[in-house]
Design a protein around this ligand. Structure first.
Ligand SMILES: C[S@@+](CC[C@H](N)C(=O)[O-])C[C@H]1O[C@@H](n2cnc3c(N)ncnc32)[C@H](O)[C@@H]1O
Length: 233
């Protein structure tokens, strides 16, 4: 595909991710994936490692893992891919001449038998879409050998304890596919409860969280997100 054909193909797709395809061509994604990438603290060097990207959509993080040297990357999704929005992933993979593998797998279908196990698992922007968050975390944990990185919505920041906000309608972001937002303490406890020995919040910083807590009491309510690293040992 020459650059002109590539630009035309990109223009026909509704992108979620901004993916640099080389030659100055970047997909016009809705989300600032580079900024989010910085918050995730994915190891810079993934040489020889295996990585699973759960709910990957256009696959930006999968391609980035491959660029960082991962020897095997499996990109999975179900909801948007099955709704006809897999063209972005397929086009980016072709343009990047990437070896990232793909599988249409629901989170609740993840198991070592179905997909294998992986050194590193990304679970980014998916947990709040789960009607059964603990079950989803159990499935994701079952395929994680070393490190799970979770990026998700946190809520009820004024509350010191472990609790989950429940969004039975479209309360969160006007999106009826969003279900739960845990407090930071609940998120950590949930990851420990599914078997992770070490859990660390890597975004936001403690100082930023204190600020968000104050804002959640006095200021306008805005969606807040956090990133956790959960280690097997
Ligand atoms: C907010 S997007 C996040 C996409 C990407 N991980 C990111 O961080 O940019 C949520 C993704 O989760 C996927 N998803 C939602 N429910 C799912 C399920 N039950 N099984 C697998 N993927 C699911 C959607 O298809 C979508 O790609």
């Amino acid at each position: 595909m020459n650059p002109r054909e590539l630009r035309a193909a990109i223009g026909a797709i509704p992108w979620a991710h901004r993916i640099d395809l080389g030659n100055g061509i970047v997909t016009p994604g809705e989300w600032d994936t580079q900024e989010i990438l910085g918050r995730l603290r994915i190891p810079e060097d993934l040489t020889g490692q295996t990585l699973l990207d759960v709910g990957c959509w256009d696959g930006f993080y999968s391609f980035e893992a491959e660029r960082r040297g991962a020897k095997r990357v499996l990109a999975t999704d179900s909801f948007v891919w099955r709704s006809g929005r897999k063209q972005g992933f397929l086009l980016a993979r072709e343009a990047l001449n990437s070896r990232v593998e793909d599988a249409e797998v629901d989170v609740l279908e993840l198991s070592p038998e179905r997909v294998g196990t992986f050194d590193l698992v990304l679970f980014l922007g998916v947990l709040y879409h789960m009607r059964h968050p603990m079950l989803a975390l159990e499935r994701v944990a079952s395929v994680t050998k070393r490190l799970l990185i979770v990026e998700t919505v946190i809520d009820l920041l004024w509350m010191p304890g472990k609790a989950l906000a429940f969004y039975p309608g479209s309360e969160l972001g006007k999106d009826p596919t969003n279900w739960f937002g845990p407090t930071p303490a609940a998120m950590e406890a949930m990851l420990r409860a599914v078997g992770f020995a070490g859990v660390e919040r890597v975004w936001p910083s403690e100082e930023r969280l204190v600020l968000w807590r104050a804002m959640s009491v006095f200021g306008p309510k805005a969606i807040k997100r956090a990133v956790y690293h959960a280690w097997r040992e």
